[in-house]
Design a binder for this molecule. Structure first.
Ligand code: PGA
Length: 250
C-alpha cells in the first residue's frame, strides 16, 4: 500500500529566520501524526535552518527546484549536491516554474534523472491550464507531460518518484477540482500513462498527489479517493493550521 504524502510548498515565502521559527512551532504536532509522510519545501536559503529545526522528527525537507548539472557556469542555479545534505525531496516542473521561468518538459526530464542519481525523491508537477481544461484537452495534455517527464527511466526509478497533479486553474485561486475530477485525471491520465510506460505493477507503487487550493476543510475528501495519495499544498502550508490539514488527511 502507498503511504500518503503531504508536502508543503512554501514558494517564495519566509526568510530563513521566519521559516525556522514556523518549523519549530508546528514540527512536534506534525511528528505525532502517524501513517503519513510529511515534508516542508522552503525557499533555498531557508533550507538549512528548516532541516536543522526538523532534525529527529518525521518531517522531511524538500527543495522547490534544482538544476541538472553537477557544477559549472550556470549563474543563479543550484546543483543537486548542494541540496542533498539537507533535503530528501525536490519539487520539479511546478507550473509556476514552467510559466514564469521557461521550464520545459525536456529540462524536467533531465532534472528528474539528476535527482534520482543523487538519491532525492522528485515530486514532479503536471497539470493543465483553464483553456486546456475547457477545451477538453486535459487527459491528453497531462498524459503528454507524464510521458515526457519520465522518458528513459527504469521501472525501479519510476517507482521512487512522486507525481503532483495540479490543475493550474486551481492553484492559489481557492477553486479546487472536484474529488471526482481530480481522482479521474490522476487514475485515468496520470497513473494510466505510468502503467502504459512501465507496467501496472510499477504504476501501483507511484504516489500521486493532488494540488490546488487544498485546505484543512477539504483535505479529507481528496484523500478518500483511492487514487489520490496525498497533497502538494501551497497557501495552506504557510499557516499553523497545516497541522489540521495533515491530521484530517489520515
Ligand atoms: P495552493 O498551491 O495550495 O496555494 O493552491 C499549490 C501548489 O502550487 O503547489
Amino acid at each position: 500500500m502507498r503511504t500518503p504524502f503531504i508536502a508543503g510548498n512554501w514558494k517564495m515565502n519566509k526568510t530563513a529566520e521566519e521559516a525556522a521559527a514556523f518549523a519549530n512551532e508546528i514540527k512536534d504536532a506534525l511528528n505525532d501524526i502517524e501513517g503519513v509522510d510529511i515534508a516542508f519545501c522552503p525557499p533555498f536559503l531557508a533550507i538549512p535552518a528548516v532541516a536543522e529545526a526538523v532534525a529527529g522528527t518525521r518531517v522531511g525537507v524538500g527543495a522547490q527546484n534544482m538544476y541538472f548539472e553537477e557544477s559549472g557556469a550556470y549563474t543563479g542555479e543550484i546543483a543537486p549536491n548542494m541540496i542533498t545534505p539537507f533535503c530528501q525531496y525536490v519539487i520539479l516542473g511546478h507550473s509556476e516554474r514552467r510559466a514564469y521561468f521557461g521550464e520545459t518538459d525536456e529540462g524536467v526530464n533531465k532534472k528528474i534523472k539528476a535527482a534520482l542519481a543523487h538519491g532525492l525523491t522528485p515530486i514532479v508537477c503536471v497539470g493543465e491550464s483553464l483553456e486546456q481544461n475547457e477545451a477538453g484537452e486535459t487527459q491528453e495534455f497531462v498524459s503528454g507531460q507524464v510521458r515526457a517527464a519520465f522518458d528513459g527511466l527504469s521501472g525501479e526509478e519510476m517507482a521512487k518518484c512522486v507525481i503532483a497533479y495540479e490543475p493550474i486553474w486551481a492553484i492559489g485561486t481557492g477553486k479546487t477540482a472536484t474529488v471526482e475530477q481530480a481522482g479521474g485525471i490522476i487514475g485515468g491520465a496520470v497513473r494510466a500513462t505510468v502503467a502504459g510506460m512501465f507496467g501496472s505493477e510499477t504504476a501501483e507503487k507511484v504516489r500521486i498527489q493532488y494540488g490546488g487550493s487544498v485546505k484543512p476543510e477539504n483535505a479529507a475528501d481528496f484523500m478518500a479517493h483511492p487514487d489520490i495519495d496525498g497533497a502538494l499544498v501551497g497557501g495552506a502550508a504557510l499557516k499553523t493550521s497545516f497541522v489540521d490539514l495533515v491530521r484530517n488527511s489520515v
